[in-house]
Design a protein around this ligand. Structure first.
Ligand code: ASP
Length: 326
């Protein structure tokens, strides 16, 4: 290597060494974008907006929510993978990160290898709901009604890989009926159509459904939690209603692009831990039936372990159901 080039290389390496800590010290020097894979106003969006405020307080910076919708929620992680690893583009994603690898024949990202994992956030149960005018009064009646009217009923979801899709899949397989499914870009527009009676059934997180169930604008047939929800005490669990073992908990995680500097990741982990302890965040989540995780789960190690365990849990179930998307 010629002398001048060597000096140039040393200067470059020295500059990198000088820039990297200063980026981390200054971070965040401008607003951060937190992507959400589904439509505005829906359950994941509600979690993200609330968390964005709480983490923004800790980081003393604005967190902007961007709804990067489509392909059952797989467009946002793909976009994250291709974003600059500078801590200014992040993703809030849910259980779908662990089901997508089994559901998609060709997925543009690997949930474990392609990201920096910041930590878990909140666990949210789901509810099986229907348009207000659907006749059955409880789950047993509903199952009989579905069996008798299978050609007439439709089941909304947020696309292959969404929580609503997974829940619908489990429900239909449990009662051994295949209904027509109607995909949306999130369960906010799906719920809108349910309210307008354009579709009949939806399984959706309590972060969105709680208020509609309480006000009676939709019919609720059960919760996907192991025990009844404090926020909806009258509502039996699906297991209680006749589907033993039916349980889906929608867990959430925050992700950054692979290669984000460690000092930035550390700041984000600290902000997440502050965020999940923020009283406004905790209260909002619990009003909506969510259970904010303990601090030791809001860590990169815990999110990675959760992803791995959930991929191992859902892959055989999905393979058995034989559902695929391209
Ligand atoms: N939770 C998604 C949403 O926010 C939809 C889903 O996962 O079913 O719209």
């Amino acid at each position: 290597m010629a002398g001048r080039e060597r000096i140039g290389m040393f200067a470059f390496v020295a500059l990198l060494g000088w820039v990297a800590p200063s980026i981390a010290q200054e971070y965040p020097a401008k607003p951060i974008t937190l992507m959400v894979p589904y439509a505005a106003g829906g359950p994941t969006d509600i979690v993200a907006r609330s968390l964005g405020q709480a983490m923004g307080k800790a980081l003393q910076q604005t967190i902007i929510i961007e709804n990067t919708v489509g392909a059952g929620g797989t467009i946002a992680p793909t976009r994250l993978k291709n974003s600059a690893p500078d801590g200014y583009t992040l993703l809030l994603a849910h259980i779908g990160m662990s089901t997508a690898p089994a559901l998609y024949r060709s997925l543009a990202f690997r949930p474990i290898e392609d990201f920096e994992h910041i930590g878990q956030v909140v666990d949210v149960p789901m509810t099986l709901i229907a348009r207000q005018t659907l006749e059955p009064r409880d789950l047993r009646e509903l199952v009989a009604y579905i069996r008798a009217n299978r050609d007439k009923l439709s089941f909304a979801n947020a696309g292959v890989g969404s929580a609503s899709h997974l829940c619908g899949l489990l429900f239909m397989s449990a009662i051994d009926v295949d209904l027509t499914t109607v995909p949306y870009k999130g369960t906010a527009p799906a719920l809108n159509d349910l309210l307008g009676a354009q579709v009949d059934l939806l399984c959706d997180q309590t972060t969105q459904t709680t208020q509609y169930i309480k006000s009676g604008r939709v019919k609720a047939y059960g919760a996907t939690s192991a025990s009844r929800l404090d926020t909806l005490k009258e509502l039996p669990t699906l297991a209680e209603g006749g589907l033993p073992g039916f349980e889906v908990v929608v867990w959430h995680g925050v992700y950054a692009p692979k290669g984000t500097p460690k000092a930035v990741v550390d700041k984000l982990v600290a902000a997440l831990q502050a965020g999940i302890q923020d009283p406004a965040f905790v209260q909002r989540m619990s009003e909506l039936g969510g259970q904010v995780v303990a601090k030791d789960k809001a860590t990169p190690e815990s999110l990675r372990a959760q992803l791995k365990a959930e991929i191992d849990r859902w892959t055989p179930i999905i393979r058995k159901a034989g559902v695929y998307a391209e």
